[in-house]
Write a protein that binds this ligand. Structure first.
Ligand code: LRH
Ligand code: MN
Length: 430
């Protein structure tokens, strides 16, 4: 980790200015938590051990079907994306791994890419396959499906792509393959709903068979888009049944934006954990569809309730508790670095608040059917401003007390706008 992008002096100077206020807030919070019998340093240690991976595809500007609006200085290669991801981790110190997507991040030498990332203080988290787009010169189109396609040759192509992603991930030091397929239909009758799942399961089992020891296959469900009548893996029910059918290495990944409005996602967390199939998360937020907005920006209370279930699950591990935490967002109008700094903070805040829940009081109120006091046990924790704990943990890890202010002072984006080639106009997520 000898090649960090921002000057340590800049961060140290910014921290020196912010430290007196932080210490004020930290010790005030320490007294408040002490009155509740909580040692603030214990919470700080838990936060210091918390980590969430960032998506390489989130480092550049995202877009939708209508348009993508580039940003001067945004990264246009995996190498520039790793640089920006290193800026994020150097400031917040809780995003030490990146989740790559193939073929978007394809290179010729993955051992070199791994070293490059390590020199930037980064490792690799789950690798993502892509059988929802056709690549130039691709023999078989995914227009009517990939792992569930009616064409054996197309399924074979999708299987081989996933196996290639595993091989790349092995070289990068990953241990998870995330499989999201856009497979589905737009008109009733277009496909047999049962047989399309059978084809998916048969093909997915061949990907599963290629998993090295210690690896997991994370099945990502999604209600709709790009298919707008039925999706082969449309919800947690289809996902858990598929994961149970495939085997113990198959787990379920929850992308917060992949559900119908108002679905109780925290209960899905509890259910998947109950059956030992909780594999990971794609954190983001949404108001309508799969909006891929910044985590905690629309419904931070839901994110808190999700972490409340995760803290509870950690206390009752079933078949192991090791969910992969990853951000999956599309930054259409903000500086992606700022959005991921803000999102990582929101996610870590919800984790820290969930750690402050008085679980004994909650359990006693639940057992006693004291509804109000059970709710208040959660609400008390949710209303605590934990930002001084996160900032102190960051400071002690070499990060910035005020991540956004320090980032802006670095003038990183302006500097990169001078160096990097402009990325073209277009549409779509990357
Ligand atoms: C699908 C999805 C999936 C990724 C893609 C970038 O909506 O959430 O996780 O592969 O976004
Ligand atoms: Mn996702």
């Amino acid at each position: 980790m000898n090649n960090l992008p921002l000057s340590a002096d800049l961060i140290a100077e910014a921290n020196a200015r912010a430290l007196p206020a932080l210490e004020d807030d930290y010790f005030a919070l320490a007294r408040k938590l002490e009155r509740a019998g909580i040692a603030i340093d214990a919470v700080k240690d838990r936060v210091a051990a918390f980590a969430v991976a960032i998506p390489t595809w989130g480092a550049g500007r995202g877009g939708i079907r209508f348009a993508r609006f580039p940003m001067p200085g945004e990264p246009t290669s995996i190498h520039e994306k790793l640089e920006d991801c290193a800026v994020i981790n150097q400031l917040c110190r809780i995003t030490p791994r990146v989740s790559p997507h193939f073929p978007w991040d394809k290179v010729s030498d993955y051992a070199a890419l791994r070293e490059e990332a390590e020199s930037l203080g980064l490792g690799f988290d789950a690798v993502n396959s892509n059988t929802f787009q056709d690549q130039p010169g691709q023999p078989h189109s995914y227009a009517t499906g990939s792992l569930s396609s009616t064409h054996e040759a197309t399924r074979r192509q999708a299987i081989e792509h996933n196996i290639e992603c595993i091989e790349i991930g092995r070289q990068l030091g990953s241990r998870d393959l995330t499989v999201w397929v856009g497979d589905g239909t737009n008109l009733p009758g277009q496909q047999d709903l049962a047989r399309s799942l059978d084809r998916y399961l048969d093909a997915a089992s061949q990907v599963y068979a290629a998993l090295p020891d210690g690896w997991r296959m994370l099945l990502e469900h999604k209600l709709f888009e790009p298919a707008f009548y039925s999706s082969v893996i449309s919800d947690w029910g289809s996902s858990i049944l598929a994961a149970q059918e495939l085997g113990p290495k198959a787990k379920c990944l929850i992308d917060l934006g992949h559900h119908a409005p108002n679905v109780n996602i925290e209960q899905i967390v509890a259910r998947l954990h109950r059956f030992g199939k909780l594999g990971g998360f794609h954190f983001n937020d949404s108001k309508y569809g799969d909006d891929d907005l910044d985590s905690g920006s629309i419904n931070p209370h839901q994110l808190f309730l999700v972490f409340n279930e995760l803290v509870e699950a950690e206390r009752n591990p079933r078949d192991g508790f090791d969910p992969a935490y990853m951000i999956d967002q599309s930054h259409n109008v903000t500086d992606p670095v700022e959005s991921m700094l803000s999102s990582a903070e929101a996610i870590a805040q919800c984790f820290a608040k969930a750690c402050l829940v008085d679980r004994e009081a909650l359990r006693a109120a639940q057992e006693g059917n004291d509804t109000m006091m059970a709710f208040q046990a959660l609400r008390r924790a949710y209303t605590i401003d934990v930002s001084p704990v996160l900032a102190m943990a960051r400071l002690e890890a070499g990060g910035a007390i005020d991540v956004l202010d320090t980032y802006r002072q670095s003038r990183w984006r302006e500097r990169k706008a001078q160096e990097r080639k402009a990325s073209g106009l277009g549409a779509g997520i990357v």
